[in-house]
Design a protein around this ligand. Structure first.
Ligand SMILES: Cc1ncc(COP(=O)(O)O)c(C=O)c1O
Length: 331
């Protein structure tokens, strides 16, 4: 939907040649033919290509294994400035939008450097390219703010959202746009309106669930609670870094990724991740993973507990992970 809005907006704004989208390798934006084009995970595309035209990808802001060969002190933010090169190489007059999550979540909890999003937004604005922020996972408190991008002080043109809107008690998604983008769809003319319908669109039950869910989030201050829990979780997981199988721990609000490695630093084999998941499950704890993404990188545990988790439960999570990972370290 966001892609259709972006293309139609440019048409109605006098720039009909802007049709391309730029996203990132390792990012996930959905499974339908359009969204899969933006998704940067080769394993999800097997047997479905070729996908829609007009999608290109840039390297992710993956500091732990910087695609530009930098380390923290020598960071030149090439992962952000590369957008300018790609936009120019593609021809700015052909580029409709950049799409990104505030952090790449399902693709391995890849948290960008602090100035990344702001730099990308400046580049987009310079070239008339819209910035679509995918808040399907980060939105509604998971990041410790209402929306993930608020952690980076930017203002997107289009925002997609879903999961946390109803806390998944009922399916619902939405796409929000800047007011002046919206206004171009109100202009007179036979084709100016947005032509997008769904069988289950505007479902009243889901909308009611969302409203109640948002009331609960506000009443119980669950967004700031998620922020606090995020710090605590991070603190409790930090000791895992002493294990040789743990290469990196990355957190964003109340979501954490633990990157597992082999003795030589290469990504751990997927079966090790499965062993950790199984061990934690025996303790009653469900841990996620970045499966089916890019070849050779099914090595990241993802932890994103409910906002009502107690501190004792965080201890349980950290303890269970420690036991599971220690047994792999030993063997
Ligand atoms: C970051 C992100 N974007 C987009 C989507 C796609 O949403 P849907 O499955 O509702 O199409 C997902 C789904 O998991 C997601 O995690």
């Amino acid at each position: 939907m966001a892609f259709k809005i972006a293309r139609q907006y440019h048409h109605q704004n006098g720039e009909p040649t802007r049709h391309k989208f730029i996203s990132r390798h390792r990012a996930y934006h959905g499974n339908s033919m359009g969204a899969l084009g933006a998704t940067g995970q080769a394993a999800r595309k097997i047997k479905y290509e070729p996908l829609g035209v007009g999608f290109s990808h840039v390297p992710p802001p993956y500091c732990y294994r910087c695609p530009f060969g930098r380390n923290k002190d020598g960071c030149g933010l090439e992962c952000a400035t590369i957008y300018e090169e790609v936009i120019r190489w593609e021809g700015p007059e052909t580029v409709a939008a950049v799409i990104m999550e505030p952090v790449i979540t399902g693709g391995g909890m890849i948290v960008p450097p602090p100035d990344y999003m702001r730099t990308v937004q400046e580049i987009c604005q310079r070239y008339g390219v819209l910035l679509i922020v995918d808040e399907v996972i980060c939105g509604f408190g998971r990041s410790g703010q209402k929306f993930g991008h608020q952690n980076y002080g930017i203002q997107p043109d289009i925002v997609t959202m879903a999961k946390g809107m109803t806390s998944a008690y009922s399916p619902l998604s939405a796409t929000a746009v800047r007011a002046d983008l919206y206004d171009t769809f109100r202009e007179p003319g036979p084709d100016a309106h947005f032509r997008h319908v769904n069988t289950f669109g505007g479902n009243p039950v889901s909308c009611r669930v969302a409203l109640t869910n948002l009331e609960v989030l506000e009443r119980e201050n669950l967004v700031s609670r998620a922020e606090e829990l995020g710090y605590l979780l991070r603190e409790k997981l930090e000791p895992l870094l002493e294990l040789s199988i743990v290469g990196d721990i990355r957190s964003f609000g109340f979501a954490c990724g633990v990157e597992l490695i082999e003795a030589d630093g290469s990504p751990a084999e997927a079966d090790k991740v499965m062993k950790v998941l199984a061990s934690c499950k025996r303790d009653g704890i469900l841990i996620g993973k970045n499966g089916d993404t890019v070849p050779g990188f099914a090595n990241i545990l993802t932890i994103s507990p409910p906002f009502v988790t107690t501190e004792e439960e965080l201890d349980l999570i950290a303890g269970s992970l420690l036991v599971a990972l220690r047994s792999l370290d030993a063997g």
